[in-house]
Each structure stands twice: as C-alpha cells, then as structure tokens.
Design a protein around this ligand. Structure first.
Ligand code: GTP
Length: 720
C-alpha cells in the first residue's frame, strides 16, 4: 500500500476516533450538565410549589387548631343541650369564620352527630348553622368517623360535600377532652380556588401534583385524577400516582425517595422518570405538616437543557480542515519529495544510474534527499568498482580457465596414457570391490587369459573364477590385506570361461578410489608360459635329453631320498651300475645316431624291468644306473630280490636290437645289433656314508663283471 493511501487512512481513522470521542464526551457533558442544571431548577420549583401550597394550608390549619382549642368549643361539644353553651360556641365559630380564607366553618359534635356549618356572608341562613345530623350509615359521612378514629390531631382531606354540593380541601381538627375526641371542627377551601393558587398555577412544561404517603393523588390540575376522600377508602381502592407514572421502576424509585424524605423532610430529591411518554425530571419534597409529598415534573425543554453541543459540527469541520491542511502540507513537504525520489529509485532499478536526482524538500526531507544523492554517488562508484572488479576477475578467470583446460588436457593425455598402459599391459591388472570382491575394472591381459568379455567379467566376483581349493588361500590373502594392506605374490589358478584353469601369480594392494570407496588392485600375471618354461628347464636339468631318463643330478636326489627312506624303514635298497658291452663298434660302424637309437631302446627296456617307485637313470655314455628301494629287510632276501631284477635286466638288454636308420631322400636301413650288459650291484641299508661311495662300490662291482667276461652280474663285496 502506498504511503499516501496509508496517511489518508491514518488521518481518516484519527478524524473518526477524535469525532467519536468528542461526540461521546460531549454527550456525557450534556447529560451531566442537564442533570445538574435540571436538578437545581427542579429543586427550586419544588421548593416554590411546596411553600405556596403549604402556606395557605398551614395558615388555615393553625387557625382551625386555634379554634378547636377555644374553651367554648369544648363546652359546646359537651353541653350542646345548653342553649348558653351552644350560643357561645356558635358565636366563637362565627367569629373565626370571617378569619378563615373560605369564610366557612364546620363543627360536628360526636355525642349528637349534629353538623354545624356556615359560609353565608349574606346571612341568608340566619341562625340555621345546624344543618343536619351525621349518620354512620351514610357513606358521605364516613370522613367524620374516619377522622375521629384516626387518632390524629388534624387531617387534610379533599372531599366533595354531598350535602353542600361542592368539593373542598377540608381541614379536620379534633376537639378533645383529655384523649377523647368529642367533636371535629375545621374549615374547607374550595378546590377550584385552592388549585388556582397551586397546581393550576404552573408554567408550561411544569406539572405539579401532591400525593399522600400511600401515593394517592391529593391535588392535581386535572381534578378527575384526584383521589377524593382518601381518608375513607381502603389503600388499594385509592387513585394513585401510578395512573401517571406507568413505569414500575419509576414507581419503585419514587417510593424509595419518599421513604428517605420522611426521615429528612427538609431535603428535596430529583429523579428522571417517563411521564406521558417523555423523559421528565421529577422533584420530590415532603410536607410533614399534612403528610403529603409535592411532586413537580419538569420537561427538559422547559429547563432549557442542552440537546447537544452545537459547536461539535463546527469543531468537526474545523478539525477536518486542519487535517486537510496537514495532509496538503504532508503531501508538499514529504510525499511529493518522496515521490520524486521514488521515480529516481525506479530509474536506478531499471539500471539507469546516470540520472540527475534533484535536491528536493526541506528540513529532514531535504537531508534525506541529500543523503539519497550521496548514496547514489556511492552506488555509482561501487557499481563502477564492481564492474572493474568483475572485468579484472573475468580476465583472471579466463586465464585460470585456460590453465585449467591445459591441466585438464594434460590430465586427459595422462589418463589416456595410463589407460593405454593399463589396457596394453602384458601383466593382468584387475580392481575388485574390497567388501564384495566384485570385479570393478580389468585390463585386456586378464580378459585374454580368462576368456570372458569385459562385461561378463565385471558381472562376476573374483571368487567365481577361483577354484574351491584356493578358498583357504584367499582367506589368508584377505587377512593379509586387513593387516598390512597388501598380499602376495602367491601362485594359484583362475578358471577360464570354458572351465579350464591356468596358473597365475597374483599380488594385491588395498587402495581407496576417488569416491572414497575401498578397493583392491590385483596384479594378475598369467604364468602359463613361465610354468612351461620352468618345466622345460627342470626337464633339461634333471633328465637326459636322449633317453628322457633322470640324469645324474636327479639320481643324486633320488639316492638321497632312498638312503633316508631306507634309514627310516630299515629296508634294504640296491643300486645297480650298468655298462653296455661292445657298444662302441655300433657307433663306429653306423654312426652315433644309430648308437643313440640303441641307447633309447635300452632305456625303454630298462624302465619296463622295474617298478614305478624304482629309478632308472642314464649315468653317461652307455652307462645306466638302476636303483631299487624298499627291498627286504634281510640282506639275503634283498640280495635275492636285487639279483632277480638284475637278471631280468641282463636278459632283456641282451635281446637283439632292430634299429631303423632313416636318412633324407633315402630308403630306411634296418640294422640288427646284439649287445649285452655288465651289472654291478650294491646293497645298502642304514647307509651312513656318501652316495658317491655307493656309486663307487657299484661301479667297482660292474668292472668286476666286465673283468669277469662281460654280460655278468656282480655284487659288491666290501673288502675284508
Ligand atoms: N652313439 C653314442 N655313442 C656314445 C655316446 N656317448 C658315448 N658313446 C660312445 O660309447 C662308447 C663307449 O665306449 P666303451 O664303453 O669303452 O666301448 P665298448 O665297446 O662298450 O667297450 P666295453 O665297455 O669295454 O665293452 C664310446 O665309443 C663313446 O664314443 C652317445 O651319447 N651316443
């Protein structure tokens, strides 16, 4: 919401609040003033009414009481039959008659019931003061008996006189002998005359009436409302003030006021009541002399009460004008300069910083305007600084970007290099998840050996390609990784996709990848060729290339094993040294190749002569060694067993050899050759000496066989 609108609303609210407050307060003041003013006026009026009514009555009452106190009255009441007393009494009555306002009197004698009355100034009645005789049976005479029985000294009673045909305000005074009422005397005032001087004689807007203690109306300008002869009626049959005050609450409050005033008769109280449909101020005074209450009702208009403060609309207009003037001033001094500054701000928001902001307003607004201009300068400078900084930073960023691109290119080249290195490495490289063992990355070398595609292998776990018998080895590797961060190198096998196996040498390193994930880099070397090569070397090292029989080196190993075994088991072993007889002529005649054929054939025959556990070795040239193990424990048995085998060998090797000579582009030539063998045998058990000794002994025995004529078997016999 705009400031202008808000100020307008604020001023409207202030105006409304102010006017409501003023209206309420003025209403309160008017009420207060009216009530106080009305109360004062009413009190004066009530006092006036009270006294102008009471004054003539009190005068007549006083005169009547004075008359009642005349001795002639008592005498007449007691001795009415005495003419003297009667005449004296009437004389006094006539004397007082002229002093009464109405020029009338009455006297009613209890004993006789005679009612004397005279108001005849013209004396037309003459001596006929005795008018009639009162009777209890006559309702019109009830006033008399009520006065007698009331036990009060005097009473005021408004009553029509049936005998006289007029209505009077009667003053009834008891004539007493001691406490006994003997007569009632008094006077009357014509109601018309009395009202003229009291309730009739009121101003417009002022009503005056009198009520007795029981609220019966005693005097009112409208005589039809008067409760005549109240004295003689039951309380509930009287015409009361409720014919005028119809609101029960008004009546209740009036009753309370009357009750209070009986205790404080000098006071006057006022209260607001509804009277004839209008709000009237009611003043109440007590007339203790006659037991009546004076009620004076005054109309607000008559009181000249204020309806309202007429200056309020004027004040409202002035206040409104003041507000308008304030609004205009506010607009010129504050809103307009602010609006101009607002326009400048809009331009700045649109990016136009090169505007000229005018100096505007006065006082604080001028200061604000100046501060705004200063601020705009600061903003301009800051913007310029910012642009410079941005340009500088942009240049820096361009350089950094170029450098970064260069680094990224280097990195990419390096990555490509290492990727190529990884892929082209002849050594297998594989990365597996540390937790699950799943393959994460493998290079070409691994794939080539294992037979899986890359996608297939990356779907597998390293345990899927490891034969079950290596499970314990794999657990050790995991332990090693946990402890040291690496394992290996160890040799085991992987299973290819086709189920075949191949040997690998594997080592692993625990690493954390760029995502912080633990993994294991495995260097997996396919050692199939190396294994084969090692086997070849082993073959060359331990076997004779011509006959494929163990050579001397392997023979030495086997001899060590047999010597140790024989020492443990106690079984005899035998070593036979064989040398073919007359081999050289074959070489010489047909060449070494044919000799080789014979040597190969001889080796084959030898192997067939012994058990799997026995060893047949070529010692060199045409010399062979046969070693038998686990022979009998007894020497004789062992010698027999050895001899048996030696005989078999000698026999087999002595059989004719058919040797086929194959030459390029020539027909094969079959050569038959016959040769024998000389065998030297040594038995040994629990041998403590060197193997060379055993060989030497066997060799010696073999020479004995040679010396013995060849094709013989000789056992070594230790010199005695
Ligand atoms: N073909 C062939 N001949 C060999 C080989 N090694 C050694 N010889 C020959 O084997 C012969 C062995 O000689 P001798 O044992 O003395 O000859 P011999 O005829 O068997 O004589 P006696 O043993 O005394 O009966 C020599 O002529 C060697 O040249 C070989 O690997 N191949």
């Amino acid at each position: 919401m705009k400031l202008k609108t808000r100020i307008f609303i604020l001023m409207s609210v202030i105006f409304a609040a102010f006017m409501v407050t003023i209206a309420l307060y003025s209403s309160y003041l008017v009420t207060q003033l009216n009530e106080r003013w009305g109360a004062r006026v009413t009190e004066k009026q009530v006092l006036f009414d009270k006294h102008r009514t009471l004054q003539p009555l009190l005068r007549e009452i006083g005169l009547a009481r004075q008359l009642a106190a005349e001795p002639a009255m008592l005498e007449m009441a007691l001795h009415e039959g005495s003419v003297k007393a009667q005449e004296a009494g009437i004389a006094v009555l006539e004397q007082y008659r002229m002093r009464f306002q109405d020029h009338s009197y009455f006297a009613a004698i209890i004993k006789s019931g005679h009612y004397y009355f005279n108001d005849d100034d013209a004396k037309q009645f003459g001596a006929q003061q005795l008018r009639y005789t009162l009777s209890r049976k006559n309702p019109d005479d009830a006033w008399f008996y009520a006065t007698v029985e009331s036990d009060r000294e005097y009473q005021v009673n408004v009553d029509p006189d049936a005998h006289l045909g007029n209505v009077k305000v009667w003053i009834n005074v008891a004539v007493k002998q001691g406490n006994r009422v003997v007569a009632v005397i008094g006077t009357g005032i014509d109601i018309g005359e009395f009202l003229k001087g009291t309730v009739d004689d009121t101003q417009v807007g002022i009503d005056n009436l009198f009520i007795d203690r029981d609220m019966a109306v005693q005097l009112h300008a409208d005589q039809t409302l008067i409760d005549y002869a109240s004295l003689t009626k039951a309380v509930d049959q009287r015409r009361k003030v409720d014919v005028l005050l119809r609101d029960p609450s008004d009546l209740a409050r009036l009753r309370a006021v009357m009750h209070r005033l009986e205790s404080a008769p000098d006071k006057i109280e006022t209260l607001w009541v509804n009277y004839e449909g209008r709000k009237r101020l009611l003043g109440v005074a007590y007339l203790p002399a006659i037991g009546w209450f004076d009620l004076t009702l005054i109309d607000g208009g008559t009181l000249g009460l204020l309806e309202q403060f007429y200056f309020i609309p004027v004040f409202a207009v002035l206040f409104l004008l003041g507000l308008l003037a304030t609004g205009i001033m506010l607009h010129r001094l504050v809103l307009k300069p602010l609006y101009k500054m607002g326009l400048s701000i809009e331009q700045i928001k649109a990016g136009n910083y090169d505007i000229d902001v005018p100096q505007t307003g006065t006082g604080e607004i001028a200061e604000l305007s100046a501060e705004f201009r200063n601020m705009l300068d600061v903003v301009r400078n800051t913007k310029q600084d910012l642009e410079n900084t941005v340009a500088h930073r942009t240049a820096q960023l361009s350089l950094e970007l170029a450098e970064r691109r260069r680094v990224e290119d280097d990195l990419r080249r390096s990555e490509t290099k290492f990727r190529q290195l990884f892929e082209l490495s002849p050594i297998g490289l594989a990365m597996v998840d540390y937790e699950t063992g799943k393959f994460l990355e493998v290079n070409h070398s691994v794939l080539e050996s294992i037979g899986y595609t890359k996608a297939e292998l990356l779907a597998l776990n390293c345990r899927d390609v490891t034969p079950v018998e290596y499970e314990s080895q794999e657990r050790e590797q995991i332990d090693s990784l946990n402890r040291t961060g690496y394992f290996g190198p160890t040799i085991r096998e992987y299973m290819r996709k086709d189920g075949s196996r191949y040997p690998i040498e594997i080592r692993g390193f625990r690493l954390t990848d760029s995502d912080g994930k633990m993994c294991v880099w495995g260097i997996v070397e396919d050692i199939t060729e190396r294994t084969q090569f090692e086997a070849q070397i082993r073959q060359l090292a331990y076997y004779d290339t011509l006959t494929q029989l163990p050579n001397r080196r392997l023979l030495n190993d086997r001899m060590n094993q047999v010597i140790a075994s024989s020492r443990r088991s106690g079984c005899h072993a035998a070593l036979m040294f064989l040398d073919l007889d007359n081999f050289k002529p074959l070489n010489d005649t047909y060449g070494h190749a044919v000799g080789d054929l014979l040597l190969v054939e001889a080796a084959s025959r030898l192997k067939n002569c012994v058990r799997e556990m026995d060893t047949v070795a070529r010692f060199g040239g045409d010399e062979f060694v046969v070693m038998l193990s686990e022979l009998d424990r007894g020497q004789a048995g062992a010698a027999a067993e050895a001899l048996n085998v030696a005989e078999k060998i000698r026999s087999v090797l002595s059989q004719s050899y058919s040797l086929t000579i194959s030459r390029e582009e020539r027909v094969d030539t079959l050569v038959r050759h016959h040769c024998t063998v000389s065998i030297g045998v040594v038995l040994f058990v629990d041998h403590q000496g060197s193997q060379d000794e055993v060989l030497k002994w066997a060799d010696a025995a073999m020479y004995q066989a040679k010396d013995g004529g060849r094709n013989q078997i000789r056992f070594y016999e230790a010199p005695v």
